[in-house]
Design a protein. Structure first.
Length: 239
């Protein structure tokens, strides 16, 4: 049975991704920085008849927490097939880049970008022991510089910090995929689309079931699949 670790999986798209992958036969480790919320997520999955899941306490902003989670999975498994960097925050307001407080910007980057980087670094040794390692970085259409360069949407300013963090995450995807281009790794960024979750106060236009599908798709790629790309549910996106 292939194994998956999903960060920030106690709710929203992360939770739904865990459910869908478990239903496909993967054993899913549900990462959550809050132990009670993580255990509650496991209970909800069990109540749905999904039993091939387990809680892992994991705060992506804490290197000690990441290392503890890595040591736990190393002792249990010795390898890992899929890492999904899903944990993220929208950040406080205001976010317009000309006036945002540095504390707010740092907090967003600490979770959305640096958290993904240090989590990946810690789990690379386990992933390299898999025959078909996969890394999925959950990004956003707001991380696309092409979209920002070709829009007059004034509302984007309220997500400037979030957008910058996702652009940085996309850059990390490209650099990491290039580093492992001569290996069996498949490393991609994906955007679930405008999905109704706690992140956007449930204002999205699609369900978590719809949003999770693209994550699941790129977590389960075959050997001839792409790497180092940015994808949505309709295919490749401009950086």
């Amino acid at each position: 049975m292939k194994t998956v670790l999903i960060t920030g999986a106690n709710q929203g798209i992360g939770f739904e991704t865990a459910k869908q992958l478990a239903q496909l036969g993967y054993f899913v480790y549900v990462g959550s920085r809050d132990k009670n919320k993580g255990l509650d997520a496991i209970k909800k999955l069990n109540d749905l008849g999904v039993t091939n899941v387990e809680f892992v306490e994991l705060d992506v902003t804490s290197i000690a927490s990441i290392q503890k989670a890595k040591e736990l999975l190393d002792a249990k498994l010795g390898s890992l097939d899929v890492l999904i960097n899903n944990a993220g925050i929208s950040g406080g307001q205001p976010q317009n880049i000309s006036a945002i407080k540095m504390e707010n910007l740092r907090n967003v980057f600490d979770t959305n970008f640096l958290g993904a980087v240090q989590t990946t670094q810690q789990f690379i040794p386990l992933l390299t022991k898999s025959k078909e390692p996969r890394i999925v970085n959950v990004s956003s259409g707001l991380g696309s510089l092409a979209i920002h360069s070709n829009t007059q949407n004034s509302n984007f300013g309220i997500y400037d910090a979030y957008s910058c963090s996702k652009t940085a995450l996309n850059a990390f995807t490209v650099m990491l995929a290039n580093e492992f281009k001569n290996s069996n790794f498949k490393i991609n960024s994906v955007t679930p689309g405008y999905t109704a979750t706690n992140l956007n106060h449930y204002q999205g236009t699609q369900t978590v079931e719809q949003g999770a599908k693209v994550i699941v798709k790129y977590a389960t790629l075959g050997t001839e699949a792409p790497t180092g790309g940015f994808f949505g549910d309709e295919g490749a996106l401009d950086w």
